[in-house]
Design a protein around this ligand. Structure first.
Ligand code: NAP
Length: 258
């Protein structure tokens, strides 16, 4: 059975860049997101350009038990996944109780539940094969609470903690797990929560960081840059209260009540 790299949220931003980069390196790819037309065009384009196989699975990953549906579809098509990129995710911003509750529920399902359950499903196969790679998209807010993005930062803290724990559990089973924690990056991400940030990274920077981290067997990868360094290092040296106050001051300007 030929191996594939499965990328969730492959239709834009960081996921799209992962899809291109893995195809460029000769990996067969499975592209997953809701925007079917975009995924089909990418699949056509990359399979021709890089001479790889490209499959498209159109799914809303913010639904309950959707990981089972995706895993079963992969099996039905006779594909084997040796690399899983849990990239799909989004953020809600604003004062907690004023953000639509259904939207926050979808955010938790997509960022946390589906990510966990996809890892659960595919890591078993990886164990049987004695090798595998899992890249989970955290964020620079994985390291600190981020007011006015309380649910989002909590989901990203979960991803960091979960990824580090399982990277340890599976370290002798040939499985590498990385929490990739980008600082603000130029994608469609901020279209939905207000684009208020200068000096953003590019998706290519972020994906490049992931490949470097894989080479160095790192478990947590943060793209180069002052903001990224500061957000991952600061919480180790100052009190949680101070980090919270700094994060609060930054996010209040952008997303707090005016
Ligand atoms: N950009 C940043 O500054 C930044 C910083 C740190 C971490 N991150 C993380 O990086 C990851 C990728 O974000 P991005 O910046 O590349 O944002 P993006 O350009 O908005 O891309 C998000 C991707 O997720 C997919 N997606 C969203 N909701 C989905 C759903 N319900 N079901 C299936 N797919 C869904 C979207 O595809 P469809 O709409 O086609 O479904 C799209 O392909 C996220 O986990 C985000 O939290 C981003």
């Amino acid at each position: 059975m030929e191996s594939y790299t499965l990328i969730t949220g492959a239709s834009s931003g960081i996921g799209r860049e992962f899809a291109k980069s893995f195809a460029e390196k000769g990996h067969n790819i499975i592209l997953v997101a809701r925007s079917g037309d975009r995924l089909k065009e990418m699949a056509r384009d990359y399979s021709e350009k890089y001479n790889v196989k490209a499959e498209v699975i159109i799914l809303d990953l913010s639904l309950e038990h959707i990981a089972d549906v995706l895993y079963d579809e992969v099996k039905k098509r006779g594909l084997a996944v040796d690399t899983l990129v849990n990239n799909a995710g989004f953020a809600t911003t604003g004062l907690f109780h004023k953000i639509d509750c259904v939207r926050q529920h979808e955010e938790m399902l997509l960022n946390v539940v589906t990510m966990t359950e996809l890892t659960y499903k595919f890591i078993g196969d990886m164990c049987s094969n004695g090798c595998g790679t899992i890249i989970n998209l955290g964020s620079c807010v994985s390291f600190t609470p981020f007011p006015y993005s309380a649910v989002y930062s909590a989901t990203k803290a979960y991803i960091l903690s979960f990824s580090e724990s399982i990277s340890y559990e599976y370290r002798d089973k040939g499985i590498r797990v990385i929490a990739l924690c980008p600082s603000p990056t130029q994608t469609h991400f901020f279209d939905k929560c207000g684009n208020v940030i200068d000096n953003m990274r590019t998706p290519a920077n972020v994906v490049g960081t992931a490949f470097k981290a894989l080479k160095k067997s790192k478990r947590v990868a943060c793209p180069d840059g002052a903001v990224s360094r500061l957000q991952s290092f600061l919480p180790r040296f100052v009190s949680r209260r101070l980090t919270l106050n700094i994060a609060g001051k930054i996010s209040e300007k952008a997303w707090g009540e005016k």
